[in-house]
Design a protein around this ligand. Sequence first.
Ligand code: ADP
Ligand code: MG
Length: 353
Amino acid sequence: FDMFFLAFVERLFRPTFRKDDFVLGKKLGEGAFGVVYRVSLAKKSSSNKEGDLVLKKATEYGAVEIWMNERVRRACASSCADFVYGFLETSSKKGGEYWLVWRFEGESTLADLMQSKEFPYNVETMLLGEVQDLPKGIEREDRIIQTIMRQILFCLDSLHSTGIVHRDIKPQNIIFSEGSRTFKIIDLGAAADLRVGINYIPKEFLLDPRYAAPEQYIMSTQTPSAPSAPVATALSPVLWQMNLPDRFDIYSTGLIFLQMAFPSLRTDSGLIQFNRQLKRCDYDLVAWRRTLEPRASPDLRRGFELLDLDGGIGWELLTSMVRYKPRRRTSAKAALAHPYFDREGLLVLSFMQ
Ligand code: ADP
Ligand code: MG
């Protein structure tokens, strides 16, 4: 009762919006299940800057996405983009669309930043708020990548602790929040909340094959279909233990780590080729390295060199994330306690987190 009451009161005091409140700006993205715009509020609303909100007009999965965002906002707000409001907009289309509104966090996703030749130094500048006048080198790059990894894992750990598996972790869904100067996770459109059984049956067609772990189903196929909420609440900690659905996100995060270390894997074709090679090696990263290293390009060699710093602590972390069996992959919490993160990161960050 308390929780429902609090949620109700909280809802009462939050702003509510309607279709006419929004002035559409630039289109930020368009997927199979929705379109995303930068928007601003129409005149009557008081304090707002130009285009400081983001609006997603979503199809049938919008309802789940609203639910996930509401839950995240209450349980682990700092991990994801700041959610403002979600509602069913019925005036235009037959059956209606779900409209979701977030605060505009910033101009760049990790994907945008990784496409730059300056990566990871461009991220360093954003994290610190100023250009560092230091010699470039592999140690400095490692430190920046370490800081990015820590932030992603920090967000994932709090999502997973809340019972939510994201299922679409990729650089395109990691936004740099200019306000808090940290990376945050976006796009809960494919997420599953295992504690209450929302979006419990995995919609595997929603998954991005470039970043998806080899297991087809998040939960084993023997797991019964979505139980009713009270039952699921009682059962799911056990199911979670048995199936380790969170490890799906860990695999995807491992691929992001890999892309940050190896510039040639940052392109779509590079990543797709890597996935093919890894599959041929039965998802054994050590075997992949063994087949590649003798004839490795300077680019690949440099990636291995970065991961081999400090006794190969980065390589060790990477191989504990990218493994075939979910059970053998580390969790977000355990990854954060990995010696890879014992070394000093960027200064501002140790202050913020
Ligand atoms: P899609 O289902 O189209 O992938 P996303 O939720 O990932 O929808 O949003 C699409 C794009 O819009 C993102 O890749 C990002 O560039 C931008 N975007 C989404 N949410 C925000 C936000 N809160 N702040 C700034 N940009 C955002
Ligand atoms: Mg997305």
